[in-house]
Design a protein around this ligand. Structure first.
Ligand code: SF4
Length: 459
C-alpha cells in the first residue's frame, strides 16, 4: 500500500473515533444546514439556476483557450501582467521573482485554496519572506501551524474555546476572551501587518473573460484590503475559474453565497480590472495575475472528468458528505478535501498516489445532489476507480475474489453450494479487511433461494 493511502487510513480511523471532533463538526454543519434553505428561496427556481450555472461553466471550459486569451488581452490593456504557470513550482518561482524585485520581506494574503495547492507559505518562509494569512479562519490555522480544514471554513473543527486557548498560548491574550474580543485582537494584529506589507496576494473566485477582470468574494474585507493597500497585488488562480461575461456574476455570486455559507449574498464582492490607473489615487502600482495549470489541462483532456472543472469551490459537497463528516478535512492530506477533492486530486497530483481517495466514498450521491453547479461527483469518483483499475491497480487476491464473485452471481447453483456454516467460515476467514471494524458475518440457515422455493415452488 502506498504511504499516502496508509496515512489516509490511519488518520481517518483515528478521527472517525473522535467524539469531540464529531460534535464540533456536526454543530457547524448543522448551522450551515439550517440557513441554506432560506438563501435558496431567493431563486424562483433553484434547480434551473444551478442548471444554468452548469451550462455557463460548460461553455467557459469548452472554450477555455479562447476565454483565457480574451481575458489576458483585456486586463493587459489596463496594465496588469499575466503570467502563465504550468506547474506549482513555476508559480512559486514567479511569485518569488516578483517579491525580490519589490524588495518584499513581508506580504499579506487573503484566503486562497490555490496558494494552499502550491504550498506557497512554506516556500516563502524558506526564502525569509513572511506571508501572513488575513482571513480570520486562515489566520487561526496559521497560528496553530495547521493547514485549512475545509475549503470555505478553514477552522471549522475548532470551537470558540479552542480559539481562545490558541490565542492565549500564541499571543498572550486572556483565555476567557469572547469571540468578538478575539476578532478584535486579530484585527489589530493584522492591521499592523498590512502597514508593513509590500505585496498583497489574493486568489480569484472568478476570472471574467469579456471585461478582463477577477472577482473576489469574501465576508471580512481582508481580500479587498490585500488587493488595494500594498503597492503590488498578485493574483494566483487556477485557469478553470473562468466565466465568459461580467453578466454571469448576477447568477454566480448569489449561487456561491447560498451554497457556500447560506447567505443570500456575501458581504464584500470585488471586481478588480487592473492596477491603479492614471489619475486614480488608490490601488496598487502593479498587478500580476498568475494563471495556474498544475494538472488542470489533464482533467480538461478527459471528456468525462472535464466536468469537475466547473467547480466554484462552494464546499457544499464537503458539508453533505458522510465520509468527510466522519474523518474530517485533515485526513485527506491535500488542499482539496471531500468529494471534489477526491475527484480532482488524483489528476492534479498523480493517480497512483492519490487514487485511494476515490474509494473513500459510500457512493450515496449526496454530493451530486447538493452541488451548486450539478457536477456528477459520485459518477466521477467511479470513473477514477475505473481508470485506476485500467491502470492495473488491483492485487492478485482482489482480482481472483471478484472473478469468483462474478461466477457465483451468474450461476445460482454455485451460490447454493455449501450450508450457512460453511459460508460463514469462508467469509469470516478470508475477508480480514472487511471484518476489521465489523462483527462476524452470519448467513441465515436457509438461503433466499431455498425460502422462495418452499413458498412458491419452482416458478
Ligand atoms: S463540487 Fe460542487 S458542491 Fe463541491 S465545492 Fe465544487 S461546486 Fe461546490
Amino acid at each position: 500500500m502506498k504511504e499516502t493511502a496508509a496515512d489516509f487510513i490511519a488518520k481517518s480511523a483515528e478521527k472517525a473515533g473522535d467524539r469531540d471532533h464529531r460534535q464540533k463538526i456536526n454543530f457547524t454543519i448543522g448551522r450551515y444546514d439550517a440557513v441554506v434553505p432560506n438563501a435558496k428561496e431567493q431563486f424562483a427556481h433553484v434547480h434551473l439556476a444551478r442548471e444554468k450555472a452548469k451550462n455557463i461553466k460548460w461553455k467557459a471550459i469548452e472554450t477555455l483557450d479562447k476565454q483565457l486569451e480574451k481575458f489576458e488581452a483585456a486586463i493587459t490593456k489596463r496594465g496588469a501582467k499575466v503570467i502563465w504557470a504550468e506547474t506549482a513550482e513555476q508559480a512559486r518561482e514567479e511569485i518569488l521573482r516578483i517579491c525580490k524585485e519589490k524588495n518584499c520581506r513581508s506580504l499579506v494574503k487573503s484566503k486562497s485554496m490555490v496558494t494552499e495547492e502550491i504550498e506557497l507559505n512554506e516556500f516563502l518562509e524558506e526564502h525569509q519572506i513572511e506571508s501572513v494569512e488575513t482571513d480570520l479562519g486562515e489566520y487561526i490555522q496559521q497560528l496553530d501551524n495547521e493547514p485549512p480544514y475545509h475549503i470555505v471554513t478553514p477552522a471549522m473543527h475548532k470551537s470558540k474555546e479552542d480559539v481562545a486557548k490558541l490565542f492565549s498560548e500564541k499571543l498572550g491574550t486572556d483565555p476567557a476572551l469572547t469571540p468578538e474580543e478575539l476578532t478584535l485582537v486579530a484585527r489589530k494584529t493584522l492591521r499592523e501587518k498590512y502597514m508593513e506589507a509590500e505585496v498583497g496576494i489574493t486568489g480569484a473566485n472568478f476570472i471574467i473573460a469579456d471585461i478582463g477582470a477577477i472577482a473576489v468574494t469574501e465576508n471580512e474585507g481582508n481580500a479587498r484590503l490585500s488587493c488595494a493597500w500594498p503597492r503590488t497585488h498578485i493574483v494566483v488562480t487556477g485557469i478553470e475559474k473562468m466565466i465568459p461575461s461580467l453578466h454571469d456574476l448576477a447568477l454566480f455570486w448569489p449561487l456561491l453565497a447560498t451554497y457556500g455559507t447560506g447567505q443570500r449574498i456575501t458581504v464584500y464582492n470585488t471586481i478588480v480590472t487592473g492596477p491603479k490607473q492614471p489619475g486614480e489615487s488608490d490601488g496598487p502600482d502593479d498587478m500580476y495575475v498568475i494563471l495556474l495549470d498544475n494538472g488542470r489541462t489533464n482533467i480538461l483532456a478527459n471528456e468525462k472528468t472535464r466536468e469537475s472543472l466547473y467547480c466554484i469551490r462552494c464546499g457544499a459537497c464537503l458539508n453533505a458528505c458522510p465520509v468527510y463528516k466522519n474523518i474530517g478535512g485533515h485526513s485527506y492530506a491535500t488542499a482539496y478535501s471531500g468529494p471534489i477533492g477526491s475527484v480532482i486530486t488524483p489528476h492534479l497530483k498523480n493517480l497512483d498516489d492519490w487514487k485511494h481517495l476515490s474509494y473513500a466514498s459510500s457512493l450515496c450521491g449526496n454530493c451530486t445532489e447538493v452541488c451548486a453547479v450539478k457536477i456528477n461527483l459520485h459518477e466521477l469518483l467511479l470513473e477514477n476507480r475505473r481508470e485506476s483499475v485500467d491502470d492495473g491497480d488491483t492485487g492478485f487476491a482482489e482480482r481472483i475474489g471478484w472473478k469468483m464473485w462474478r461466477q457465483a452471481m451468474l450461476h445460482r447453483g454455485l451460490m447454493n453450494m455449501g450450508n450457512s456454516a460453511m459460508k460463514n467460515w469462508v467469509v469470516n476467514k478470508f475477508m480480514p479487511e472487511w471484518k476489521k471494524n465489523r462483527g462476524n458475518m452470519n448467513f441465515p440457515k436457509k438461503s433466499f433461494n431455498q425460502m422462495w422455493r418452499e413458498k412458491y415452488g419452482n416458478r
